[in-house]
Design a protein around this ligand. Sequence first.
Ligand code: P53
Length: 477
Amino acid sequence: MAFRKDFLWGGATAANQCEGGYDQGGRGLANVDLAPVGKDRIGVITGEQKMFDFDDDHFYPAKNAIDMYHRYKEDIALFGEMGFKTYRLSIAWSRIFPKGDETEPNEDGLKFYEDLFKECHKYNIEPLVTITHFDCPMHLVEKYGAWRSRELVGFYENLCQVIFNRYKGLVKYWLTFNEINMILHAPFMGAGLYFEPGENKEQVKYQAAHHELVASAIATKIAHEVDPENKVGCMLAAGAYYPYSCNPEDVWASRKNDRENYFFIDVQSRGEYPAYAIKELERNGIEIKMADGDAELLKNHTVDFISFSYYSSRVATTDPDLLEKTEGNIFASIKNPYLKASEWGWQIDPLGLRITLNDLYDRYQKPLFIVENGLGAVDTPDENGYVEDDYRINYLAEHLQAMKDAVELDGVDLLGYTTWGCIDLVSAGTGEMKKRYGFIYVDRDNDGNGSLKRSKKKSFDWYKKVITTNGEDLSND
Ligand code: P53
């Protein structure tokens, strides 16, 4: 058998993309609530366009999302029916601390997740909890400039103290920051960073990243103190870069691009700034202010495992004629002529998953966890809400085969696999509902219309079989 007996099969979601209930239970407003659908989304999530409150000209899909806030019991029952061993979800920071800088947490918010975790355990589902999946309370954005301020480290520490203590015995797998490298690509969505005109963005981003890295080390420290059973992981938006050609310039370009992302994990896993990053920051005139004790924190509290999302590989070149960008993804990459792409232009590369698993395992020698993978596609349900999503089954089966090869043939140590958006939810990149990843269809459209009714797709039973056979049977019949 390729996979360990206790392999953690499951699915993944994020609070702001599924919960809704944005003003319920005392929840405060967060950056992620303020990303509208449509042409202004990119400006907002990249921190170029200021959107600190709702206005009447935009539709904000995260406000209500798929209303999991009220429907989580039904949804978790369906995950249980599929045989999930784990369910990855995130805590909305502003449910626990509505403003972010309070000393006392909001009991309603704490209770909500406690009930939710208990519901998971009813079905023997182990929660895998992302402490922050892109969200930052708006009060922290407005008063402190979000992660650019050192004070965020302390507020995040408070959050961790509270949740580790409260959920002791209910949760043991934690991720500190979702796709921590997203801060470089979508700084407002990823870290609440909005830039004033003329600001040195690189300086701001890397200082904020330093604060997150220190906060991540502190979280790891506290998690281990509160419960030695706790396992803490970092989380990378992964996908190896390929050189477009064997021109050494292209090879070098791909290495440099990989390092831009690995930088974060190098710190979280090896415990110090890597030499190449120190040099590069210096060359670019970026100065990171470190507080006393930061180096020790980073060194002494590295992560237990490495988790990552994988949707696609990427391509790098220095040839300006080839710089025709792929669409639909904020990770710019040129087109790979050997690959097909999804309806949103994301290139499909199962072998790239095996390559990425090997790269990460070679580099860190720690257990890995694939916490996002999947196909965003347009689904057409019949009158009962049933979708024959063979395209999704094929995508997943090919990626699972590649993952199996990495474990069986290459010896990669893999803890588990959670598909992205196991139930249809709001897209982070585009804000659309139409870009669906789920085994469970949700009746809602891009404008927020629909009954929110849940129904099983063809892939629902397929994934159930995959889990029952511990990944031995990937066939679609
Ligand atoms: P969507 C790209 C753009 C935005 C978020 O993305 C991304 C990525 C891919 O690396 O990251 C993750 O919804 C993220 C999820 C997100 C998922 O990719 O644009 O952790 O929140 O939904 C898929 O199709």
